[in-house]
Design a protein around this ligand. Structure first.
Ligand code: HEM
Ligand SMILES: *[C@@H]1O[C@H](CO)[C@@H](O)[C@H](O)[C@H]1NC(C)=O
Ligand SMILES: *[C@@H]1O[C@H](CO)[C@@H](O)[C@H](O)[C@H]1NC(C)=O
Length: 511
C-alpha cells in the first residue's frame, strides 16, 4: 500500500514539475510585425526604391521588425543599438549570407567572398582579400595607377574644354575611371580611353559588366516565392547563367595569359622594385595557386576577381558622382574644399600622399556616404542560430537587412539630417558613439575595400576640384532622386559645366 502511494506521489510531483516548467519558461517573443498576407507575407508593402519603403515601415512599426518576404523570414533593423546587437554582439551568428539566385548563379553557387556563408572557406578567402589583395601595403603599391588614371581623365576634360566653358556628363567618366583602375590592378590593362591594348576585347567585356549590373539590380521574386523561381518568370536565371559564363570565359583568358607570361619569365626570380610595380592581383592569386593548387583552383581565382569587380567598381563610381552632385548644390562647401587644397597642396597636382593633410576633403567623402550610402541595406546577412536582438527572439535562418540609409538620416541621431554639412564630422556629432555611421557595414563582414574606396573617391574629387571650376547647368539644383538598382544610382546621370582653373593652366597643358 505504502509503495503504491509513493509511486503515485512521484508521478504527481513529476506532473507538477513538467507543467510548471512549461508555464515558467519565457515564451518566445518575436519582434513586432506589420499585418501580412498569406503566401506573399509583406512583399505587397515593398516598393522601389527598397530602402525608402522599408524606412516607411520602421517609422510606423519600430526599429526592430520581423517581416516575411514570401517564404523567407526577414529581420529589418534601423537603429544603431539594434545594429550593434546584430553586427557586434551576435556578429558570428549573423555572419552567414542567404542563398539567393544571384549568389547561386553568378558567384559559383555562393562560394565567393561576398556570398559564401561563415566558415573555414569564407575565412580563408577573407584572409586572402585583407592580407594579400586589399592590405594597405598592396593598395599603396597601386597608387601610381590611380594617379595616372585620374590624370588621364583630367587631361581629357582639359582637351575637350578648349579653354572655355563646356558641359560634361560625369557618370560615365567616373565609371570608366574606376573600371580602368580596378582592371589595371587586377590584370594590368585598361579598357577605356587611349592605350587600350585590345579594343574589341575591351568592348565585349564592358558590355558584359553593364548587363551584369543590370541583372543584379533587378529584384528577383523567385528568391522569396520558390514556386516562381521554378518557373523563372522573365528569364532572369537564364540571363544570369549566360552572363556568368561569358564573364568567366573572359576572365579565364586573362588568367591564362598571365600564367603563360609567368612561365616564360620564370616566377621564382627575386622581386625587384620594377617587378613589384608590374605585379597584378592575378599574379598574386597565381602565386597562391602555385603553392596550393588543390585549393586555389581557377574557380577560386575567378570568384575572387569577379567579386572585386562587382563590389568595387560601381560603388566607388556612384559615390564620386553623388559627391560631385552635392558639391554643385552646395557651392560654399566646394569653395572651402578648394581653399584647403590651395593651402596644403598648392600649385601642383594632388598626390595620394597629400590626402592625410586634407581632413575637410575626407569630411566631404564621409558626409556623402552618410546621405548616399551606395549599399543602403548593406548586403543581406542570415542568422545561423537563434539569437536575442533588442529583447526579441530571432529564429535561425532569418535574413537580416540593416537599413543604413534610415540610420544615417534619423533626426534623433543627426542635427538637420537632410542637410549636407561636412563640418559635422569635425565636431562632436561625428562618428564616435555607436553604429550611427556605417556605410561600409561593421563586424566580420565589414567591407574589406573601404580603405581603397575612400582613397579613390578622395583623389578623384580633390583633383577635379583643383583643376576646374565647376557649376550647375542653369539655376536649378542638381536632381538628387535615386533610381532603381541595388547600389543606389542617381536617377539622372550627372552633367556639369566646367572650365579650367586659371591657376592650373600651365600644369594642365603639360599633362
Ligand atoms: C564607396 C565604395 C564602397 C562602399 C560604400 C562599400 C560598401 C560595402 C558594404 C556595405 C558591404 C557589405 C557589408 C556587410 O555585409 O555587412 C561591402 C562588402 C564588400 N566590399 Fe565593399 N564597398 C565599397 C567599395 C569596395 C571596394 C573598392 C572593394 C574592393 C575592391 C570592395 C570589396 C568588398 C567585398 C569583397 C565585400 C564582401 C565582404 C564579405 O562578404 O566578406 N568594396 N562593401
Ligand atoms: C550548390 O551547393 C549546394 C549545397 O552546398 C549543393 O547541394 C548543390 O549540389 C550545389 N550545386 C552545384 C551546381 O554545384
Ligand atoms: C570618416 O569616417 C570614418 C568611419 O568610416 C572615420 O573613421 C573617420 O575618422 C571619418 N573621417 C573624418 C575626417 O571625419
Amino acid at each position: 500500500m505504502g509503495v503504491f502511494f509513493s509511486i503515485l506521489a512521484l508521478f504527481f510531483f513529476y506532473f507538477l514539475f513538467s507543467i510548471s516548467k512549461r508555464l515558467l519558461a519565457t515564451p518566445k517573443k518575436l519582434p513586432p510585425t506589420p499585418p501580412s498576407i498569406p503566401i506573399i507575407g509583406h512583399l505587397h508593402l515593398i516598393k522601389k526604391p527598397l530602402h525608402r519603403s522599408l524606412t516607411a515601415l520602421s517609422n510606423r512599426y519600430g526599429p526592430i521588425l520581423s517581416l516575411r518576404f514570401g517564404s523567407r523570414p526577414v529581420l529589418l533593423i534601423s537603429s544603431p543599438s539594434s545594429a550593434d546587437d546584430c553586427l557586434s554582439k551576435n556578429d558570428i551568428i549573423f555572419a552567414n549570407r542567404p542563398r539567393l539566385l544571384i549568389g547561386n548563379r553568378m558567384a559559383f553557387n555562393c562560394s565567393n567572398i561576398v556570398w559564401a556563408s561563415y566558415g573555414p572557406h569564407w575565412r580563408n578567402l577573407r584572409r586572402i582579400a585583407t592580407v594579400e589583395i586589399l592590405s594597405s601595403n598592396r593598395i599603396q603599391m597601386f597608387s601610381a595607377v590611380r594617379i595616372q588614371e585620374i590624370r588621364s581623365l583630367v587631361k581629357d576634360l582639359f582637351r575637350d574644354s578648349e579653354l572655355g566653358k563646356s558641359v560634361v556628363e560625369l557618370k560615365s567618366k567616373f565609371s570608366e575611371l574606376t573600371f580602368n583602375v580596378m582592371m589595371r590592378m587586377i590584370a594590368g590593362k585598361r579598357y577605356y580611353g587611349e592605350n587600350v591594348v585590345d579594343l574589341e576585347e575591351g568592348r565585349r567585356f564592358r558590355e558584359i559588366v553593364k548587363e551584369i549590373l543590370a541583372v543584379a539590380g533587378a529584384s528577383n521574386f523567385g528568391d522569396f516565392l520558390p514556386f516562381l523561381g521554378w518557373m523563372d518568370l522573365g528569364g532572369v536565371e537564364k540571363r544570369m547563367v549566360k552572363l556568368a559564363r561569358e564573364r568567366d570565359e573572359f576572365l579565364l583568358a586573362l588568367i591564362d595569359e598571365h600564367r603563360r607570361r609567368r612561365n616564360k619569365d620564370g616566377f621564382s626570380c627575386e622581386e625587384g622594385e620594377e617587378k613589384k610595380m608590374k605585379k597584378t592581383l592575378i599574379d598574386v592569386l597565381l602565386s597562391l595557386q602555385e603553392t596550393e593548387p588543390q585549393y586555389y583552383t581557377d574557380h577560386i581565382l575567378l570568384g575572387m576577381i569577379a567579386a572585386l569587380l562587382a563590389a568595387g567598381t560601381d560603388t566607388s563610381a556612384l559615390t564620386t558622382e553623388w559627391a560631385m552632385s552635392l558639391l554643385l548644390n552646395n557651392p560654399d562647401v566646394l569653395e572651402k574644399a578648394k581653399a584647403e587644397l590651395d593651402i596644403h597642396v598648392g600649385p601642383r597636382l594632388l598626390d595620394e600622399s597629400d590626402l592625410s593633410k586634407l581632413p575637410y576633403l575626407h569630411c566631404i567623402v564621409n558626409e556623402t556616404l552618410r546621405l548616399y550610402p551606395v549599399a543602403p541595406l548593406l548586403v543581406p546577412h542570415e542568422s545561423s542560430e537563434e539569437s536575442i536582438i533588442g529583447g526579441f527572439n530571432v529564429p535561425r535562418g532569418t535574413m537580416l537587412l540593416v537599413n543604413v540609409w534610415a540610420i544615417h538620416r534619423d533626426p534623433k541621431l543627426w542635427v538637420d539630417p537632410l542637410d549636407f554639412k561636412p563640418e559635422r564630422f569635425q565636431g562632436s556629432e561625428g562618428v564616435k558613439e555607436g553604429l550611427k555611421f556605417i556605410p561600409f557595414g561593421h563586424g566580420r563582414r565589414v567591407c574589406p575595400g573601404a580603405g581603397l574606396a575612400v582613397r579613390m573617391v578622395s583623389l578623384a574629387l580633390g583633383t577635379l576640384i583643383q583643376c576646374f571650376e565647376w557649376e550647375r547647368i542653369g539655376e536649378e539644383k542638381v536632381d538628387m532622386t535615386e533610381g532603381p538598382g541595388l547600389t543606389m544610382p542617381k536617377s539622372q546621370p550627372l552633367k556639369a559645366v566646367y572650365k579650367p582653373h586659371h591657376t592650373m593652366l600651365n600644369i594642365l597643358s603639360q599633362l
